[in-house]
Ligand binder design. Structure first.
Ligand SMILES: C[S@@+](CC[C@H](N)C(=O)[O-])C[C@H]1O[C@@H](n2cnc3c(N)ncnc32)[C@H](O)[C@@H]1O
Length: 292
């Protein structure tokens, strides 16, 4: 049926777009990933949603000026990622991009954590266009900025095949073997929070043979022997394996990644790189799913 209305909540009701469809998209866009949402409203792919997102993110025309009220400061969410730069971060991004360059662009699907600015993905696409991404972000505020920045950038819009405001763990829960061509797990956090997710990605062989799992982690001195973290992987490891040894966050993080790779058959670490983010010492691990 042809629509008589022209615009609804900023979205031109052209083609098969209806008011009901726009309402569903507004209601569900933060809780479902784009592919599921496209299916729900009856699109064949995630792509038509991009245009709708773009209209929804556009500001509504300004109302006549109201009398000035005193300004107040909007607090940003604590876990919103802000630390994009550091002495070694760009080098780490380049090493990650180099490993991706060794994989095919055709039918690629790189699981990634772009945060809002997509620096890593833009860097990859600048080196070689054509790579495709599944973008994940658990923090809502960061996710909304991420969507806005994607729809404003035609090259990124073309390159993102799916995105979700969820944790990696939630996104991969129903994925089958060989779902992704590579994974860029640019966590920049402590291994204890991500140990299980990394183990899951490897154990279930979610990355195709020949693909890479790249992981950035902070040295976790903060959790070592801290009574708040007695049950952490790091402290269990220290308690059970390290006798009379000098222990520090870098060694424990390194050992735990070695342990994960050793225990999941078919993987090898091809590169380790130590660098410094703005505030903390970081470690990059590049793991290959062996293809021979
Ligand atoms: C270090 S930032 C990514 C930086 C970006 N790749 C770059 O090159 O600047 C990590 C982002 O992933 C999100 N994040 C961390 N762990 C996550 C997880 N397990 N699942 C989903 N999002 C996660 C954080 O909220 C943060 O915005």
């Amino acid at each position: 049926m042809k629509n008589n209305d022209t615009i609804y909540k900023n979205v031109p009701l052209t083609g098969i777009r209806t008011k009901e469809m726009i309402d569903i998209i507004i209601e569900k866009r933060n809780s479902m990933n784009a592919k599921e949402l496209a299916e729900l409203v009856g699109f064949d792919s995630f792509r038509p949603l991009v245009g709708i997102f773009r209209y929804l993110n556009k500001e509504t025309p300004k109302a006549p000026k109201a009398p000035k009220k005193p300004k107040f400061i909007i607090k940003t969410a604590k876990n919103t990622f802000k630390n994009y730069y550091g002495s070694g971060k760009d080098k780490a991004r380049d090493l990650i991009a180099e490993s991706i360059m060794l994989t095919k662009r055709q039918s690629s699907n790189i699981l990634t954590l772009p945060a809002d600015t997509w620096i890593m993905e833009k860097n990859i696409l600048k080196k070689k266009s054509g790579y495709k991404f599944t973008a994940v972000e658990r923090d809502k505020e960061t996710y909304l900025k991420m969507v806005k920045n994607m729809v404003d950038n035609p090259i990124l819009s073309e390159s993102v095949i799916d995105m979700a405001n969820k944790s990696i763990g939630e996104v991969i829960v129903n994925n089958g073997e060989d779902t992704y061509s590579s994974a860029i797990l640019d966590y920049c956090g402590f291994i204890d929070s991500f140990y299980q997710e990394i183990d899951d990605v490897m154990k279930r062989n979610l990355i195709k043979k020949g693909g890479y799992i790249t992981i950035t982690l902070a040295e976790n001195d903060r959790t070592l022997n801290n009574s708040n973290y007695t049950n952490s992987y790091s402290n269990t490891y220290i308690k059970n394996c390290c006798v009379d040894e000098e222990i520090n966050g870098a060694k424990v993080t390194n050992d735990l990644i070695n342990f994960l790779v050793y225990n999941n058959v078919g993987y090898k670490i091809v590169k380790k790189f130590k660098y410094r983010d703005k505030k903390v010492n970081m470690l990059l691990f590049i793991i290959k799913r062996i293809d021979e």
